[in-house]
Ligand binder design. Structure first.
Ligand code: ADE
Length: 225
């Protein structure tokens, strides 16, 4: 999979992309990244990418031209899935992450400041929001998408780190997990997990998934039934 990011803040990306599972996926050639600063595509001598809004009002608006130029400079951009990160987009969900892994190339466009010139919307395929709150820019949203998609690429997780039990994988929350010690400040690990009876353990885990989902996210439970 190829992932291209258009951003004004490329320095926000290396820490996440060069660590842990994403780093390993890159080393194993499961994913490649290109981080493009669209300020480099400004035709303005001061390298400005924003301007005051037509009609007046506070703040600055990202201009369409540098974004368009940066986008069309990307090899094969026509066939890539072009995603605009904005609080006005469709809310991101695990099901979207699952759909995105079948894409060969995605382009993530991060905004900043008060917003984009609306004509940017003519050049993209989908708009995604990671939730009903406003971030300073699309970078954290882009990293959220990258992280959640890369870990689903076949081979990205080791056999020990399977995603099939993840929360949301089948519209349920995950079951509770425990590790050593057996008892911590009087808090005991459930007996069934120490029983060695794999059938009983699997049954308990399924029951706990349903219980947790019903208690914490009844909306999810309804969706999967
Ligand atoms: N940019 C600013 N806020 C955002 C959000 N909630 N999701 C995606 N992009 C954003």
């Amino acid at each position: 999979m190829r992932i291209t990011v258009l951003t004004l803040f490329p320095a926000m990306f290396p820490a996440i992309l060069n660590d842990s599972i994403i780093k390993r996926a890159k080393e194993n050639n499961l994913v490649t990244f290109e981080i493009i600063n669209f300020r480099d595509f400004s035709s303005n001598k001061h390298k400005m990418v924003d301007d005051t809004p037509y009609g007046g009002g506070a703040g600055m608006v990202l201009a369409v031209e540098p974004i368009y130029k940066a986008l069309t400079s990307i090899e094969g951009y026509e066939s890539a899935l072009k995603i605009l990160l904005t609080p006005q987009g469709k809310t991101y969900h695990q099901s979207v992450a699952k759909e995105l892994i079948s894409e060969e190339h995605i382009i993530l466009i991060c905004g900043h400041y008060e917003g984009f010139d609306d004509r940017v919307r003519e050049f993209i395929d989908i708009e995604v929001s990671i939730g009903d709150y406003v971030l300073t820019g699309g970078e954290i949203a882009a990293l959220t998408i990258i992280d959640s998609v890369v870990r689903l690429i076949p081979g990205a997780l080791g056999s020990k780190e399977s995603y099939e039990n993840d929360s949301f994988y089948e519209d349920t929350l995950d079951y509770p997990q425990y590790t050593k010690p057996r008892e911590f400040r009087g808090l005991k690990v459930p007996d069934v997990l120490l029983s060695g009876n794999h059938q009983e353990i699997a049954k308990w885990r399924e029951e706990m998934k349903v219980k947790r989902t019903l208690e914490r996210r009844p909306d999810l439970h309804k969706k999967s039934n």
